[in-house]
Design a protein around this ligand. Structure first.
Ligand code: PGA
Length: 251
């Protein structure tokens, strides 16, 4: 059986609405063609203003559209926030949560991230939960306890979905690898992914979880990550803003 990889393009706050739509329109046919192969699942995560227009543009294609974040509340007086249910209502099917940039700049705790995850699963959106250690923690050799702690704060909450047809994507993104051009060694990746897989296999709904890698992925280094069998997909930031680069990564 051929392996099916997830390719998640995280465009962050790099483009405004016009720029996003221009990019998509310019490469529309190529994107559609890229999405058609059975060995991949492509998800584009634009800024919130472009979410609905892109969902419409890619309706009935193999390209899925995801949000970059959602609220940790269900609904109500939370000015400026966007609920999981709202994302679902416009047709969003994926949502990133717990990205290190949100943990850092918006002080998001594991507890808040866990709540977001639940709201997403409740409405049927696939969460892409980001975990990973800082450079300091990496240097101290505490990667495994750090990611374990991040997972421990969400796993108990996930048990209530056992038996349900859900999917949860866990993206291991070392904070020091994001946007830096640095990537972990093969040995480090093997250790972390083996550990994450071990944690997943103890869960009742182990098959619902998929493991992704993110952090400075490029067309030049993608082959390294593909050597790690436990990696089911990729979260791509900077490189996804260049169509040629994105295409080369996916091809
Ligand atoms: P990068 O970002 O590919 O630019 O390192 C990855 C991410 O932040 O998800």
């Amino acid at each position: 059986m051929i392996k099916k990889y997830f390719y998640i393009a995280n465009w962050k706050m790099n483009w405004n609405f016009t720029e996003t739509v221009e990019f998509v329109a310019r490469h529309y046919d190529q994107l559609i063609a890229l999405g058609q192969k059975p060995d991949r699942s492509i998800v584009l995560c634009p800024s919130t203003t472009a979410l609905y227009p892109l969902i419409k543009m890619f309706e009935k294609t193999h390209i899925a559209i995801g949000a970059q974040d959602c609220s940790d509340h269900q609904k109500g007086a939370f000015t400026g926030q966007i609920s999981a249910e709202d994302i679902k209502s416009v047709g969003g099917t994926f949502c990133i949560v717990g990205h290190s940039e949100r943990r850092r700049y918006n002080n998001e705790s594991d507890e808040v991230i866990s709540k977001k995850l639940s709201w997403l699963l409740d409405v049927g959106i696939v969460p892409i939960i980001c975990i990973g250690e800082t450079f300091e923690q990496y240097q101290q050799g505490t990667t495994l306890p750090v990611v374990k702690q991040q997972l421990n704060s969400i796993i108990p909450n996930m048990q209530r979905y056992a038996g349900q047809n859900i999917r949860i994507l866990v993206a291991y993104e070392p904070v020091w690898a994001i946007g830096s051009g640095l990537i972990p060694s093969i040995q480090h990746l093997q250790t972390v992914f083996t550990f994450l897989k071990q944690v997943m296999t103890t869960l009742e709904n182990a098959s619902a979880w998929s493991l992704l890698y993110g952090g400075s992925i490029s067309s030049k280094n993608i082959h390294i990550f593909k050597q790690i069998e436990l990696i089911d997909g990729f979260l791509i930031g900077g490189a996804s803003l260049d169509f040629q680069e994105l295409q080369n990564i996916i091809k």
